[in-house]
Design a protein around this ligand. Sequence first.
Ligand code: NAD
Length: 427
Amino acid sequence: MSEVKKIAVIGLGYVGLPLAVHLARHYPVTGVDINSRRVEELRAGHDRTNEIDADVLSASSLHLTDQISEVGDADIYIVTVPTPVDKNNEPDLTAVRVASKLVGSVLKNGDIVVYESTVYPGVTEDVAGPELEAASGLICGEDFFLGYSPERINPGDKEHTVDKITKVVAGQNDEVTKVLSEIYGRLTTGGIFVARDIRTAEAAKVIENAQRDINIAFINEVTTIFQKMDLSVYDVLEAAETKWNFLNFSPGLVGGHCIGVDPFYLAHSATALGLHPEIILAGRRINDGMGKYVADCIAKELAQKGKGTGAKILVLGLTFKENVPDLRNSRVIDIVRELESQGFLVDVHDAFADSAEAGAIFDVTLMPSLDEAKGYDCVVGAVPHQPYVEFNVARFETLLNKNGLVADVKGMWRSLELPDHIGRWQL
Ligand SMILES: NC(=O)c1ccc[n+]([C@@H]2O[C@H](COP(=O)([O-])OP(=O)(O)OC[C@H]3O[C@@H](n4cnc5c(N)ncnc54)[C@H](O)[C@@H]3O)[C@@H](O)[C@H]2O)c1
């Protein structure tokens, strides 16, 4: 291993693109993505994930390609490909395997391959390493080396960006760890934490997200209890949060590529060891059940207003979180489908999502605009995108029929006073 000359980032999505752009300020970097359309868009300065602004992308020295053969002169490979679950909620490591084969096809003596994808402990050494060996004919730990550095960025979060957060790194040996500390140390001002080994770093990442999932599940469970007691969970949380060590979580749907998925990676590891992970899977069940719970509550409120089959509902927001276009694994669709199955007529609008993607992923036709929207019996605030947060009473009066209902899933309109003729439901 000599001095780092060139870095290749494999997979240019929410994680890979910001990483590659920031690394390109310090090193020659090539970004590789097998999706040629993504590469073309990025070359034209357009990042559909909204993580990197067009001017930053255009000014970057990052070289973009869909051909792994263009990066044979790299000495560090950083793999940032998706790690979803399959239909049985089992880890789907296809992209990790395919990316490893691609990297293996150009790997040379002395190279380091770092994985940033979220995985369960053991994937880097037991799955990726052998794929790299098979494709390269080289020996892992002798001819080339492995590293792991989990990614912590949060889509849409402009504060905790890749250049500011603490980066956990682990290498197959001390020399690799030193190289990784040097590279990531240049990238971030948030400092480097050297984990004991690769498996420890993998485990740390997977519990970060599982912990969030479980905490949100707890709040979701107490929400359903407080609803029966006619208490607002938000009022209860405001009071409880005044205690110094009360943890700050809010109720709602849990979707996206990470928090709703990573606990299944941990559960997979546990099950493989003959253990039954109770809290982890209970958290998943509770959070996955929230869409139906919300839809049932809304249907009940509407029934009390004499509105049932054929009533018109406008759902605002389809993405998995606010102010991002990311639709992956969004659970808003559970609310939409459940309301439809109960006979309601549901329209969906999203201020940021791509309508072609919404059609492809969920078979949902998004409303092109809200300009002509009116005549609804209920407006469901499913995702607190900023344009929806700014709604005022006049907006609701335009959208709603007489005696309409505002269903505020995320509590975004809690402080908005509604006139008596508009009903309100919230978690
Ligand atoms: N999105 C997040 O906020 C976040 C945060 C922390 C960790 N992670 C983890 O990082 C990893 C990547 O997530 P993401 O959100 O960036 O995914 P993404 O879907 O946004 O991007 C992945 C990119 O990899 C490309 N790709 C897939 N297979 C490839 C291959 N074999 N070779 C080259 N490119 C390939 C895809 O075309 C896509 O552009 C996942 O393991 C995820 O769990 C994501």
